[in-house]
Design a protein around this ligand. Structure first.
Ligand SMILES: [Fe+2]
Length: 322
């Protein structure tokens, strides 16, 4: 680690002035807009100054030394997120990038979208959680099947659906992590594809500005089942993924769809999916109604939605957004 400077910041400046991020999140070889620090014991040690670059060999050495996490000054979080977005835009437009590269980078954008939706993620804990989510979802793409990649590519062509799916994925993995759920990979994948069945519904129906008629709702209500059919075409898919796609509109009191499952029939994964999908859907503009403020949505889910959602998971979600 010969590149580590001995310039240690005063210990009094403390952890509160820094944000921990993954060392993998930097644009390799590009000049940094802000310095990067390592935390050695209680001291923050300058690792790369503003204007320096993190190279592939730096990253390898950090990884070899077990230093996958580095620290940036708290006031550098905005340029940090800006460089993430810039990198995402570049990769998404790069026709030579593989689907895995594009998908992984899109997830990083998803993380920053989730970050803005979380409104005030200024605490170190929030950043840790967010970074951890990014790492986990990026890791998804190291092992899942190419046919799922193709599905993801089809979804990219529907920006509203794609953005909703990424945000639901982020919220759900954050909630799953907070709740101690141990199948986060599968949960994240299920949430990413939860509305994939909508690709088989008429776009006119989904974008209709007015209220839907009963027979039109009946068509929309088919999308979880259509999603399962899509997944079947991908070969073997983990049961948690299927569960989330099939049951994200089910409610504990049996008022959901498509099968009107209730209570113990619904797993933790499907209960998480129900909460985060309902939250993201209502806090986003839809053709047939404007977005509702997050606080009002949560209040409604707790009061009018009592009995529909898992109370302890809903409370954990509220704490996450508080
Ligand atoms: Fe859905």
């Amino acid at each position: 680690m010969s590149t580590v400077s001995n310039e240690a910041l005063s210990r009094e400046s403390g952890q509160r002035d820094f944000v921990e991020v993954s060392a993998r999140r930097f644009d390799l070889g590009a000049p940094l807009e802000f310095p990067i620090y390592l935390k050695l014991g209680d001291a923050f040690v300058l690792y790369r100054a503003a204007g320096d670059a993190v190279t592939d060999s730096h990253l390898s050495r950090l990884t070899e030394c077990g230093l996958g996490r580095v620290w940036i000054p708290r006031d550098a979080t905005e340029p940090y997120l800006a460089q993430l977005k810039f990198r995402a835009d570049r990769v998404v437009e790069d026709v030579l990038a593989t689907p895995a590269e594009r998908a992984a980078t899109c997830y990083e954008v998803g993380a920053s979208l989730a970050e803005s939706a979380l409104r005030e993620p200024k605490s170190i804990e929030a950043y840790r959680a967010l970074e951890s989510v990014v790492d986990r979802v990026v890791d998804l793409f190291h092992w899942h099947s190419y046919s799922l990649m193709e599905l993801l590519e089809q979804m990219e062509r529907r920006p509203d659906l794609y953005e909703h799916s990424m945000q639901v994925c982020m919220y759900g993995v954050l909630l799953g992590k907070a709740a101690g759920y141990d199948r986060l990979h599968e949960l994240g994948l299920g949430l990413l594809f939860h509305d994939i069945g909508k690709l088989d519904l008429p776009v006119d129906l989904l974008e209709q500005p007015g209220a839907l008629a009963a027979h039109e709702w009946n068509i929309v209500h088919r999308h979880p089942t259509l999603g399962i059919d899509r997944l079947k075409s991908c070969g073997w898919v983990h049961p948690v993924v299927r569960d989330v796609v099939q049951n994200h509109h089910e409610r504990l009191d049996g008022t959901g769809y498509p099968r009107r499952c209730r209570g113990v029939q619904l797993t933790v994964a499907s209960r998480i999916a129900a909460i985060v999908n309902a939250f993201d859907s209502r806090t986003t503009d839809r053709p047939y109604r404007p977005a509702v403020l997050p606080f009002d949505v949560l209040q409604s889910m707790i009061t009018r939605g009592a009995g529909m959602y898992d109370r302890s998971l809903l409370e954990a979600f509220v704490r996450l957004l508080a």
